[in-house]
Each structure stands twice: as structure tokens, then as C-alpha cells.
Write a protein that binds this ligand. Structure first.
Ligand SMILES: C[S@@+](CC[C@H](N)C(=O)[O-])C[C@H]1O[C@@H](n2cnc3c(N)ncnc32)[C@H](O)[C@@H]1O
Length: 279
């Protein structure tokens, strides 16, 4: 089969199978009109496996055991990883101006942050920049756990190397302390400085498989711009899982376009996109 016919060979049966498996495994719900998008994202994988069409890929997947490595690749192909440094910056102001002073007043030992859908790392590294600066002003111990279901983006997040085109997303006041721009052949890249790395841990975690195996509870969970991909039932289930992983009195921060309104949840509403666990 030539390339043109591969591109045309969209099969409704294969599409339905792909999206039902995606939903079952990681909660991402794909609407009826997203066939082109799904096939576009899987096309490269078909070529790598030297398969002729999407039906063949669906048959291949059906023949595999539940935990076969291909399922991880399948999920990695289909996640949406759009993210930026200092995205929705009001949340970082909330962190430094309200949450952290309140936490300091309680004289606790460790400030534990979980970034629960961290994509390629811009969000957890932003948290690291912000907390590093706060700890320089007034020292305290903190940790940041950075998780995602997509193992490819986790590798990029951990590497912490980005195109200089992204540098302007980082406010000037943070750049000197946080990033080092390459010179010579690597002058199109910058990396996160080592001083920001020691508090950071990376781990693969599926938000729809709670209880999570994380060994600690968190003062705040950033779970932003991932709930939009879930159905209300899945959001409710994830909200419960996050609740169990949060310390009493701890906070949940979700994306500005997301809400727990109309979702069964124990979280108490604080203000748009911010919730709190009972103290
Ligand atoms: C659009 S990005 C959001 C990144 C970042 N939180 C932000 O707001 O910029 C959504 C991320 O959620 C991750 N994701 C999707 N389903 C997930 C699940 N079930 N468990 C964990 N992460 C998931 C995707 O892999 C993707 O990296």
C-alpha cells in the first residue's frame, strides 16, 4: 500500500477501538469528530511498525497482553502536552502571597508540592523557580513531585533543556538564577540550573488509577489543564484520588478553564480554580 492510501485508510472500527482503550487506560475521552486527529497522531507509529493501515494497528494492539510496552507508546502518541513556563501566572502569585505565608505561620517542616500532569516540565520547573526564590528570601524545606502518564514527556521534563524561543516565557527576574543559555553550537538551547534540581523528583503516575503510590501527602497539588480531557465521572474519581493524597488543609489548583462544579467531590471551593481539603 502506498503512502497516499495509508493516509486515506481511516477506519471507524479502529477509531472506536483506539478511543475506548485510551479512555479505559488513562481516562482521556475523545469525541466523535476527532478521528482525523487520532489517526494523525498514530500515523508515525504505523510507519515504524511497518503496518499498512489503522485496522492492522488495532488488530496488533488487540493481540497484545494488557501490560505490553506497546500500550505505553500508544498512550504517549495520543496525549496532548501543550504547556508553558509561568502558564496562568495568578496561581504562582497565590502560591507565594497566600498559601506559603499561611503554611509558614503553621510552622510545619516540609512544604510538599505535587505537579500531577507535568508534561514536558515547564510547570514543575516554574514551581521550582518560584519556591527557590522564596527559600532564598526566607529559608524553608520543600520538595516537588512531577508526574505524568506520558513517559516521553517525563524524560524531557527531567532533562530540563528547552529551546531559547521559550526563554521569554520566564520573567526576567527569574532567568539569571534559574537558567543557563548554551554557547557556540548549543546557543539555541537553555537548561535549568543544577541549583533547582535537588528538590525535584519525577515519576510516572496515572491519575485514573488511585490510590496513588506516592509515599507522602502534599500541601498543594497542581493538576492543571488535564481534567478538560476527562468526563465528569472521571474528574470526580481523580478529584477523590487527589484529595486522599493531600494533607488536611492542603490545596488543589486546577486550570482556569476547569471546574469541580457539578462534580461529586469533597473539595471545598476557595475561588475559581482553587480548592481546599478540610483542615
Ligand atoms: C495539556 S498538558 C498540561 C500540562 C500542564 N499541567 C499545564 O497546565 O501546562 C496535559 C498533560 O496531562 C497528561 N495526562 C493525560 N492523562 C493523564 C493521566 N491519566 N494521568 C496523568 N497524566 C495525564 C498528558 O500526558 C499531558 O502531559
Amino acid at each position: 500500500m502506498n503512502k497516499a492510501s495509508v493516509l486515506q485508510s481511516h477506519s471507524q472500527g479502529a477509531f472506536d477501538y483506539f478511543r475506548s482503550e485510551l479512555k479505559r487506560r488513562v481516562g482521556i475521552a475523545i469525541s466523535d469528530n476527532k478521528g482525523e486527529m487520532i489517526h494523525g497522531r498514530l500515523r508515525k507509529r504505523l510507519t515504524e511498525l511497518q503496518l499498512n493501515d489503522f485496522d492492522q494497528y488495532a488488530s496488533h494492539l488487540k493481540s497484545l497482553p494488557e501490560n505490553h510496552a506497546e500500550w505505553e507508546i500508544f498512550v504517549n502518541c495520543l496525549t496532548t502536552n501543550k504547556t508553558d513556563f509561568f502558564r496562568e501566572p495568578e496561581h504562582f502569585n497565590f502560591l507565594t502571597q497566600e498559601l506559603l505565608p499561611e503554611w509558614r505561620a503553621q510552622k510545619q517542616n516540609d512544604f510538599n508540592v505535587w505537579c500531577a500532569a507535568s508534561s514536558t516540565g515547564e510547570e514543575p520547573w516554574t514551581l521550582s523557580m518560584v519556591l527557590h526564590k522564596q527559600a532564598k528570601i526566607q529559608p524553608f524545606h520543600y520538595s516537588i513531585l512531577s508526574t505524568d502518564i506520558d513517559s516521553d514527556v517525563l524524560v524531557k521534563a527531567k532533562r530540563g533543556v528547552y529551546s531559547v524561543a521559550k526563554r521569554d516565557e520566564i520573567p526576567a527576574e527569574y532567568q539569571k538564577e534559574s537558567i543557563a543559555v548554551g554557547t557556540g553550537e548549543i546557543d539555541k538551547w537553555f537548561k535549568i540550573k543544577d541549583s533547582l534540581r535537588s528538590q525535584m523528583t519525577f515519576q510516572r503516575c496515572n491519575l485514573v488509577q488511585s490510590p496513588y503510590n506516592l509515599n507522602k501527602k502534599f500541601d498543594v497539588v497542581f493538576c492543571r489543564n488535564v481534567l478538560i480531557y476527562f468526563t465528569p465521572e472521571t474528574i470526580s474519581q481523580v478529584a477523590d484520588g487527589l484529595y486522599e493524597s493531600t494533607k488536611p488543609g492542603g490545596y488543589l489548583v486546577i486550570g482556569h478553564s476547569e471546574s469541580l462544579h457539578n462534580v461529586t467531590s469533597k473539595w471545598q471551593y476557595v475561588k475559581p480554580s482553587i480548592y481546599r481539603k478540610k483542615g
